[in-house]
Design a protein around this ligand. Structure first.
Ligand SMILES: *Cc1c(COP(=O)(O)O)cnc(C)c1O
Length: 471
């Protein structure tokens, strides 16, 4: 596969280069494959559907062709995914896609574990260490730390905003030893991301060290996230005749979004033939993308803190990929977009639990609320011009997606992505429903480990000198 660049379509590199560089330091652009090959229709129409790992292998194959032989790719996938995604029906037209069954209980395990194994594969035979720099708004750090922990030849430096992530998230990313270190930065997530981006464009630093990224800007994190969209949409397609019995139902993926890597992965799956008819881009009060879809103007802004803190992103990095792949009109046809504030998030955790008995985390709750409002009448009101779509107020944006009629006709089902285990946000869940979600053993264990985070200022010079002394 050839990979090009969001800022310069003349760029053509192989998978290895795209993965190992993370981003193109010459243009500041992000790598994207030049095509998204469709899977064979016989494969897509198999009943029962292929397993998650079979799908992962078939989807990954074209992107690594000529660089990773099939047998090695198969080992990478076997090793990356001892767990899978689970599809839980919570009402006849709503499926929760649980993406938290990996070691750190968040969806980022899917991307990070694949990326770590691919990088370690490409790093074989090198005699200097590869240094991964990663900024995190919550869950990336632990997923990346866990994915690379004890991988030879690679070390990881995690940057997170001090005081802006949950105590459990902080434990999960600051308690590694050996090749994984955490820096707690006096600033916001955007400050952390800026430090990492500045380091990547610093030619002096790059001449001293082999650096790579692990944010959702790395294409090897984005591609594997498309596996579970394919898998879940095939499973749901096969279940619809039994669950809701709707003929020709539209399948809508509802994605709680921050940096929009997850949603971009969904677009990739749809291009490759996943039976997904549309998307809902759901955000918290950091509604840069819903505002862009409403007004046509993209305005990055500082992030604000919310209950769904892994989505607190004011300048979503994958906006660049989405807008290089699609025009604004295409985006408006594919996506509904929606945002809610903290009061709406708490209300959603409560309402979801009351109506269905399902305990959803604050990130999934943002998506559930979007879907619940859409299918309970807001989409029809929007089509009739009767919905208040002021971008400054929570709710749907003013665009009517091409799949809107299927919602009005009660012929749409939603796949709500549940991106983290609710126990990671126990206090918020208790606040909403008055009871603690059960905590998985793998989460309970980290709470007792000692914390090794190193304090760091948000200015680039202190970060750079720390890197020069410690890498
Ligand atoms: C990272 C994260 C998100 C946002 O995903 P993006 O790919 O950045 O849009 C949503 N929920 C949780 C729990 C996350 O960790």
């Amino acid at each position: 596969m050839i990979y090009t660049d969001t800022r310069d379509k003349k760029v053509a590199v192989d998978f290895r280069t795209a993965v190992m560089n993370g981003m193109n330091s010459e243009t500041g652009g992000l790598y994207i494959p030049v095509e998204f090959p469709k899977l064979d229709s016989a494969f897509l129409n198999r009943t029962p559907e292929p397993s998650f790992r079979e799908i992962a292998f078939e989807m990954a194959k074209p992107y690594v062709k000529g660089e990773i032989p099939d047998s090695d790719l198969e080992s990478i996938i076997q090793d990356a995914y001892p767990f899978s995604a689970q599809i839980v029906p919570i009402d006849p037209v709503t499926y929760v896609l649980e993406l938290f069954h990996g070691p750190t209980c968040a969806f980022k395990d899917f991307g990070a574990r694949f990326m770590a194994r691919v990088m370690s594969y490409f790093n074989r035979g090198e005699d200097t260490n590869l240094h991964i720099l990663v900024a995190t708004s919550g869950d990336t750090g632990s997923a990346v730390g866990s994915a690379f922990h004890n991988v030879p030849g690679i070390d990881v430096t995690i940057l997170y905003p001090d005081g802006k992530i949950s105590p459990l998230q902080e434990k999960q990313l600051s308690t590694f030893d050996g090749n994984v270190r955490a820096l707690k930065v006096k600033g916001t997530f955007d400050d952390c991301q800026k430090l990492v981006k500045t380091a990547f464009t610093d030619t002096e630093l790059r001449s001293k060290f082999r650096l790579s990224s692990a944010n959702s800007i790395n294409i090897s994190r984005l591609l594997p996230q498309s596996f579970y969209y394919m898998y879940s949409s095939l499973v749901v397609k096969n279940r619809i005749p039994h669950d809701s019995k709707i003929d020709n139902a539209s399948i809508i993926a509802v994605v709680p979004s921050g940096n929009f890597g997850n949603l971009t992965s969904g677009l990739i799956a749809a291009e490759m033939g996943a039976p997904i008819d549309g998307f809902v881009a759901a955000t918290n009060s950091n509604h840069t993308v819903p505002d862009w879809i409403s007004t046509g103007e993209y305005k990055a802004r500082p992030s604000v803190a919310t209950l769904s803190n892994a989505m607190d992103v004011g300048a979503p990095s994958n906006y660049e990929r989405i807008s290089s792949l699609y025009t604004l009109e295409q985006v408006r046809a594919k996506f509904a977009s929606y945002w809610t504030d903290d009061a709406g998030t708490l209300e959603a955790i409560r309402a979801c639990h009351d109506k269905t008995g399902y305990i959803i985390d604050p990130h999934g709750a943002v998506a559930w609320k979007a879907w619940n409002d859409i299918r309970s009448g807001d989409m029809e009101k929007l089509m009739e011009g009767k919905l208040d779509t002021d971008p400054a107020k929570p709710g749907l944006s003013n665009n009517v997606p091409e799949w809107a009629q299927s919602v009005a006709d009660k012929k749409a089902v939603g796949i709500v992505l549940e991106t983290a285990h609710p126990a990671k946000f126990g206090a918020t869940v208790v606040n909403a429903i008055g009871r603690e979600p059960g905590i998985p053993d793998r989460l309970a264990r980290v709470m007792s480990l000692p914390d090794h985070a190193i304090p760091m200022g948000k200015d680039y010079e202190s970060f750079k000198s720390w890197l020069c002394e410690n890498l």
